[in-house]
Design a protein around this ligand. Structure first.
Ligand code: NAD
Length: 271
């Protein structure tokens, strides 16, 4: 059921930590993979890693916030492999960390442009391909911040709330036509993005910031990119056959406990 042999997986942000893990996982399960990223070096590193493991992959440099680029990466996928079976609509940026009352307008537009409009453009141009094919699966990358707010990230939080809205809207539009659209909502993941957030929140001691963030996660740990990739593969596989329009929280129990501290932290405080 997790065999993607003969399938084509298209992944945006495939040069990043989560996208690369998903690209490698799809390839390991037999898929041919199209990696899209604005960062050519990172994207090629991903496709090279897939090829070194005997897989088949192509890289397309594109900015997901530009419709011409999105049309181009969709066409490049079709030219290379003739289909798009699985679409991991994943590219995103954290943006600057600053309170809403101080947030830079251009930064707001940039984060919304990539994280929200980029996801819309991906849906806008990939769904018609899947409808013509008579099937396909989409996973949009939202975040725990699609459910909760969080100080200092107004654009990011708004964009990820929007990604969940798009997921529900698009899922309803294509549900009767063999296409499923779901979202993942990771909490903190061991990635470049979390290193950036830790550093922005506490430039003097990012490691201490990481310790403090982990203390708020019931399991006490960030997720790994592979754990996120495994959830993406599940949502793209027949194992999730009738699942659409929903989201998976991948957050070490944070949502379930409303952000309460981890059991270890409670024990430490009781000493
Ligand atoms: P990352 O920075 O490692 O990867 C993001 C990738 O997207 C990078 O390779 C980057 O070059 C690419 N990208 C950025 N802007 C782009 C654009 N305009 N066009 C094309 N590509 C672009 O971060 P990641 O942690 O792998 O993030 C992947 C997704 O997961 C993002 O949507 C992020 O918001 C989301 N997410 C991450 C975490 C986390 O803790 N890391 C948690 C929740 C959600």
């Amino acid at each position: 059921m997790m065999d993607f042999t003969g399938k084509v997986a298209l992944i945006t942000g495939g040069g990043g930590d989560i996208g690369r893990a998903a690209a490698l996982a799809f390839a390991a399960h037999g898929a041919r993979v199209v990696v899209v990223d604005i960062d050519e070096e990172a994207g090629l590193a991903c496709t090279n890693a897939i090829e070194e493991h005997g897989g088949d992959a192509r890289f397309v440099r594109a900015d997901v916030a530009r419709s011409d680029d999105v049309r181009r990466y969709v066409q490049a996928s079709l030219d290379a492999y003739g289909a798009i079976d699985c679409f991991f609509n994943n590219a995103g940026v954290e943006g600057a960390i600053a309170p809403t009352q101080d947030y830079d307008e251009a930064m707001f537009d940039r984060v919304i442009g990539i994280n929200l409009k980029g996801v819309f453009l991906g849906l806008r141009h990939v769904l018609p391909v899947m409808l013509r094919q008579g099937g396909g699966t989409v996973v949009n990358t939202a975040s725990i911040t699609a459910i909760f707010g969080g100080a200092g990230m107004p654009a990011y939080v708004a964009s990820k709330h929007g990604v969940l809205g798009l997921t529900k809207a698009a899922a309803a539009d294509v549900a009767r036509m063999g296409v499923r659209v779901n979202a993942i909502c990771p909490g903190p993941v061991e990635t470049r993005m979390m290193r950036s957030i830790e550093t922005q929140r506490n430039p003097a001691d990012p490691v201490a910031m990481g310790v403090a963030i982990r203390a708020g996660i019931p399991t006490g740990a960030y997720s790994t990119p592979l754990e996120i990739a495994n959830a993406v593969l599940y949502l793209c596989s027949p194992l999730s056959g009738n699942v659409t329009g929903t989201h998976l929280m991948l957050d070490g129990g944070r949502t379930a406990t409303g952000g309460a501290p981890s059991p270890n932290r409670i024990q430490e405080n009781m000493k």
